[in-house]
Design a protein around this ligand. Structure first.
Ligand SMILES: NC(=O)c1ccc[n+]([C@@H]2O[C@H](COP(=O)([O-])OP(=O)(O)OC[C@H]3O[C@@H](n4cnc5c(N)ncnc54)[C@H](O)[C@@H]3O)[C@@H](O)[C@H]2O)c1
Length: 341
């Protein structure tokens, strides 16, 4: 098997995590190049990974003939441009979520892949690689709770990882994980956004920017979903879901791990952030990506990145208008098919 030479664009928290996972846990891969707008950061990560090539401009990295495949972990608004550049160069790309910041940009990526007739894009929805979420997915497909009728998800951060300037940015940067999770776990597309309501928890945010949002969805098979997204929960980072079926419920994401009983209390730790909570999932998704690159079957794919953004835009409209919004999603192109990773 030939070695896969990977270039990493964006040497911050996620780019560094992916690069280290590729170096230390990715068999048959080498990180050969790093790009970052802050070139000192790129240099530091390149030195750590043994990468000889450093760029300030990610497009130069994409065009480098020594780079076979690319990881994009730069800020959200840069994703679509870098992914399209990878498609132009015919290179596989692992793109952090969101695939783009607007559905039409993501749609252009889907169209380009369909025109190429092959899939080159994987999106960093790492919950699909989390052992606990995967066990819940298996329980659902084994019929453990019967027919799912309600998905009740929660997603809480200590505080926002960036200062969102619109509620749309909150949806596209954070709720996008929950929207993808519900599509994946249910195997359904969202049919309607019944309502989105918001509340500003962090007073430093501009008025009208809601870091707490409650999202109610209807799925195509008639099931309901409710997402609680709270970027300013203060106490820790928690992500979970309870799925109710017509014969029982199944839950993932309750506090786990070591239980301490002391001073009249019984406690479990809550992780401080996503890097700790999803450590195993981040490793599993890039290891799987390397395998997918070899087989030409990236998962989750560009369609998943696009479909989640279509729902996010419908959520933003429901929030702004106070009215239900039908989700207008075209039929899935045959290139993407029905599959599970
Ligand atoms: N999957 C997840 O759970 C998860 C978690 C956190 C962040 N993310 C996503 O990962 C991406 C990176 O987030 P992060 O937390 O690592 O941010 P970060 O700020 O730590 O790192 C981003 C890096 O990109 C660099 N950069 C800025 N503009 C650039 C450009 N035009 N070209 C190349 N590099 C550029 C910055 O200098 C910085 O080093 C974001 O898209 C974010 O939404 C995903």
């Amino acid at each position: 098997m030939e070695e896969l030479r990977v270039g990493v664009v964006g040497a911050g928290g996620m780019g560094s995590r992916h690069a280290r996972n590729l170096v230390f846990r990715g068999p048959g891969t080498r990180v050969v190049a790093v790009a970052d707008a802050d070139v000192a950061r790129a240099r530091a990560l390149a030195a750590e990974c043994g990468a000889a090539r450093v760029y300030e401009d990610g497009r130069q990295l994409v065009e480098d003939p020594e780079v076979d495949a690319v990881v994009v972990a730069s800020p959200d608004p840069t994703h679509a441009g870098y992914v399209l550049a990878c498609l132009e160069a015919g290179k596989p790309v692992f793109c952090e979520k969101p695939l783009a910041t607007r559905a039409d940009e993501a749609g252009a990526i889907v169209q380009r892949e369909v025109a190429l007739g092959r899939r080159l894009v994987q999106v960093g929805f790492q919950r699909r690689y989390d052992p606990e979420f995967r066990a819940l997915r298996r329980a659902l497909s084994d019929g453990a709770v019967g027919r799912p009728v309600l998905y009740r998800a929660w997603h809480r951060n200590v505080r926002a990882a960036f200062a969102p300037d619109t509620s749309m940015a909150v949806l596209v940067n954070a709720a996008i994980h929950d929207l993808d999770e519900i599509r994946w776990l249910s195997g359904q597309e969202v049919d309607v956004v019944h309502s989105v309501v918001g509340c500003r928890v962090d007073p430093s945010l501009a008025e009208g920017v809601y870091d707490l949002q409650l999202i109610q969805l209807g799925l195509r098979d008639g099931a309901l979903a409710l997402v609680e997204l709270n970027l300013s929960a203060a106490y820790g980072y928690e992500v979970g879901i309870e799925v109710s079926g017509d014969r029982g419920t199944v839950t993932a994401g309750l506090p786990g791990g070591v239980v301490t009983r002391a001073e009249g209390r019984c406690t479990r730790a809550v992780p401080p952030d996503w890097l700790e909570r999803f450590d195993a999932a981040y490793a599993a998704e890039v290891v799987a990506w390397v395998d997918h690159v070899r087989r030409g079957q990236p998962w989750p794919n560009a369609w998943d990145g696009y479909a989640s953004l279509v729902v996010a835009e419908a959520c933003a409209e429901a929030l702004a208008t106070g009215r239900p919004v039908r989700v207008a999603l075209e039929a899935t192109p045959p290139l993407y098919g029905q599959e599970d990773g």
